[in-house]
Design a protein around this ligand. Structure first.
Ligand code: GLA
Length: 393
């Protein structure tokens, strides 16, 4: 087996499983990347060789045979195997068969990763908090994206597995230093992935801080419900539980407006094929190169609410996303262009996967009208998102 060969390790052993790996070559390469980053930024993640020696793969399997694999590098979900309407299992999450590929492609697609400390964009990489101005990396010029140069998707997390009443779980922990990537406060983060016997993946996020700081954690899995690498997702039928969305400028920063979706290509209040209106002449579709927008979820109060439901007609697979978050970024793989080859050897074509990133709205630290993303000492950041997989006959 090659270094961290995820494909070779996905056997059918039941329940939770751990696998140690050795990564000398990868570490050397990554260390070079990290050293370059160290020269560029203020405080960076403190990455030690020992951390990379501890990268592992964990596979959860439930009573109906559904399997989810997770690595503690970037808290990445590397595969999700779910049945179609005939009971045939396919892997519906885009990703790679080796950690080497995740490391070398990390700054591009964020396949399967937890992104943070602030998922999505912060305008011009700067924000003011309690009278002080903070400067972040403009890693998506002219803006800051997904936590910066070494965001939570590129660090090694501590991981453990546990059995709970809801199902087996992988618990991942990471402590970001005060001023890491320019953000104030030492942030202790825990992300728990639980696989239930009802074919649900529950993602619980928890964080505490030593200083006031923006926090917006999300999960960046790209789905293709036909199976990863099987063409585009344009024929998937999508419903988004949102009558409004947050239009953006040409750099994908919200203008501040909560605009109605009605009468626009952004109306997914009734299920329609993702590709149906994507080619329409619409300035927002031009800015996003397709859909890459935050939707304002229709919800009553706090608690879990429907974010989106996706149905793929050929396999019959359905994914339902519920969340405690106020928004969801619907991104349909506009930046994929066939150059990245996935774990089954197939190219990831343009719009070959979609993401439903449950979140607070982009650029909230600079937009006082948006729900606040500021976490203060003594308070806990707690959010939950659930992905439920079913089939439609
Ligand atoms: C998010 C962003 C997109 C893109 C992807 C990663 O979804 O909104 O613009 O950066 O991440 O490619």
């Amino acid at each position: 087996m090659s270094e961290f060969d995820l494909a070779a390790s996905s056997n059918t052993r039941p329940a939770t499983r751990r696998m140690a790996v050795v990564l000398p070559r990868i570490c050397r390469r990554l260390c070079l990347v990290l050293m370059a980053a160290l020269v560029a930024g203020p405080v960076m993640a403190d990455v030690q060789q020992a951390d990379f020696d501890s990268i592992q793969l964990y596979t959860l399997k439930n009573s109906s045979g559904m399997e989810v694999s997770v690595t503690n590098f970037g808290a990445i979900i590397t595969s999700i195997k779910v049945p179609d309407r005939d009971g045939k299992f396919d892997d519906v999450a885009l990703g790679y068969d080796s950690v080497d590929k995740y490391i070398n492609a990390v700054d591009k697609p964020y396949f399967g990763a937890v992104v943070g400390r602030y998922g999505n964009r912060i305008a011009e990489g700067t924000f003011k908090l309690d009278g002080q101005t903070y400067t972040l990396a403009k890693n998506n010029p002219p803006n800051h994206l997904h936590g910066g140069i070494i965001g939570f998707d590129k660090v090694v997390w501590n991981a453990e597995t546990k059995s709970t009443d809801r199902g087996d779980a992988v618990v991942l922990r990471y402590t970001a230093k005060d001023m890491e990537e320019g953000y104030p406060g030492k942030l202790d983060v825990t992300v728990t992935y639980t696989l239930t016997n009802d074919n649900e993946i529950i993602i619980d996020y928890h964080a505490t801080t030593t200083k006031a700081t923006p926090v917006n954690l999300t999960q960046h899995t790209y789905f293709n419900l036909k199976g990863e690498g099987r063409g585009t997702i344009l024929d998937h039928e999508l419903l988004i539980n949102a009558k409004r969305f947050t239009p953006v400028d040409e750099t994908l920063i919200p203008t501040g407006e909560l605009a109605p979706v009605s009468g626009t290509p952004f109306d997914f209040t009734e299920a329609k094929a993702i590709g149906r209106d994507i080619g329409q002449e619409h300035q927002q579709l031009k800015f996003g190169l397709g859909y890459d927008h935050n939707f304002v979820l229709d919800r009553e109060g706090k608690g879990m609410a429907l974010a989106a439901r996706v149905h793929e007609p050929i396999s019959g697979r359905v994914l339902e996303v519920t969340t405690t978050e106020p928004g969801v970024q619907f991104y349909c793989g506009n930046f994929l262009d066939g150059r990245l080859t996935g774990k089954s050897g197939q190219p990831y074509v343009h719009r070959g996967g979609f993401c439903l990133e449950t979140q607070h709205f982009p650029d909230s630290p600079n937009q006082p009208e948006f729900p606040s993303t500021i976490l203060r000492p003594g308070k806990a950041y707690e959010t939950t998102t659930k992905w439920k997989f079913t089939v439609k006959e």
